[in-house]
Design a protein around this ligand. Structure first.
Ligand code: G6P
Length: 369
């Protein structure tokens, strides 16, 4: 079937707007809203006994893996290593007996990820992949697969594939935590209901589109943009920066908020917008103090937080712009905070007049090394 853009100007925008639906479709495979439980399909490995999880992916999918490290360590108390497949495959990593190796890929065909999978298989790891394309090479070569139900993604810059990967991986982290006896029934119910709310919350955030398009005018004038986040918001900062680079060709860097003072702070002036991912969570205060340092050096901050976080920030400092998101359980924040950075890069690219769906030099699926 030929897939059209419908009333959207670009596939990327259409795919951003599909997220409430495809996240809901993906959730419905593992979440039971009435019982407030998450159940994983039968896996050919006992999650209780896994000594270590090794996650491999490339590009945007790698950032989904990074978020998963935070989730699995916090909830399931299992050691996790996450790597870019192109690095992992050449460093002869020691892998424990009965380890679980996970691969995240929209296409299921990315060469480096596939070769990392084959290496882990040779090393006797259990192979579990999170894929969007059924019958892909990784689908055939994995012991088990958890599917994202994003549907075909046409825009080269990944959007709905990423948020559905996060959705699957959030459910997986909850399932693994349960299997290892690290989750109370009460906390599982809280997490399940937080996840059940995600599609509706994403739809709410999409209503901020016009406001974000206005902010994009400032970003479009910049030569460099810095993205900051801490904890699970750090990979979202990296994803925001990647998305901006890919489609607007503006140089952007994602940094862990706490590392800013070890380098990027030297770049800050009124010409470098700083996009901050700062949900109200246990790390909020730390990020907020990094932001105040940036503002004190003249940086123009675009502060993404909830009502409480924005009010607190404004009591001390004056960000150039704010994007207010609904207050949610911090566990699901990485999924929701992705939406504004997608829209910000999309609108910036439109203002720059680039080829949003087919950015120069990039391919949807990289099947060469
Ligand atoms: C390419 C695409 C990215 C994608 C990456 C990994 O670089 O342009 O959007 O994140 O490959 O692709 P995969 O299919 O393995 O998720």
């Amino acid at each position: 079937a030929v897939i059209g853009k419908g009333n959207y100007r670009h596939f990327m925008l259409k795919e951003i707007y599909e997220q409430p639906t495809v996240i809901g479709d993906t959730l419905s495979t593992m979440l039971h809203p009435a019982q407030q439980t998450i159940t994983l399909p039968d896996l050919p490995v006992d999650l209780k006994d896994v000594p270590k999880v090794t996650i491999n992916a490339c590009g945007t999918a790698f950032y989904a893996g990074m978020v998963t490290k935070y989730w699995l360590e916090q909830l399931a108390r299992v050691p996790v290593e996450v790597d870019m497949a192109s690095e992992f495959r050449y460093r002869n990593p020691p892998l424990p007996k009965d380890g679980l190796a996970m691969f995240v890929s929209q296409s299921g065909e990315t060469m480096d990820t596939l070769e990392a999978l084959r290496l882990c298989k040779r090393e006797g790891q259990h192979i579990l992949s999170v894929l969007n394309m059924p019958e892909s090479t990784m689908d055939r070569e994995s012991d088990a697969v958890l599917m994202t139900h994003a549907g075909p993604e046409i825009g080269v810059a990944s959007t709905k594939a990423f948020t559905t990967q996060l959705t699957v991986l959030a459910c997986f982290a909850i399932g693994m935590a349960k299997a290892r006896g690290h989750l109370t029934r009460e906390r599982e119910a809280q997490l399940a209901s937080a996840l059940a709310e995600v599609p509706g919350r994403v739809a709410e955030i999409l209503n901020h589109d016009d406001h974000i398009a206005e902010i994009a005018q400032k970003v479009a004038e910049a030569r460099d943009v810095l993205y900051l986040g801490r904890g699970p918001s750090f990979p979202i900062a990296l994803e925001g920066a990647l998305k901006l680079k890919e489609i607007s060709y503006i140089h952007a860097e994602g940094y862990a908020s706490g590392e800013m003072k070890h380098g990027p702070i030297a770049l800050l002036d009124e010409d470098v917008p700083v996009v901050v991912i700062a949900p109200s969570d246990e790390l909020y205060e730390k990020t907020a103090s990094n932001v105040q340092e940036a503002i004190a050096r003249g940086a123009k901050v675009i502060f993404i937080s909830d009502k409480e976080g924005i009010e607190k920030m404004k009591r001390h400092s004056n960000p150039m712009a704010t994007i207010e998101l609904p207050k949610v359980d911090p566990f699901v924040a990485p999924i929701l905070y992705t939406i504004p950075v997608q829209l910000l890069s999309y609108h910036t690219a439109v203002l720059k007049g680039t080829d949003v769906d087919q950015p120069r030099n990039l391919a949807k699926s990289v099947t060469v090394e």
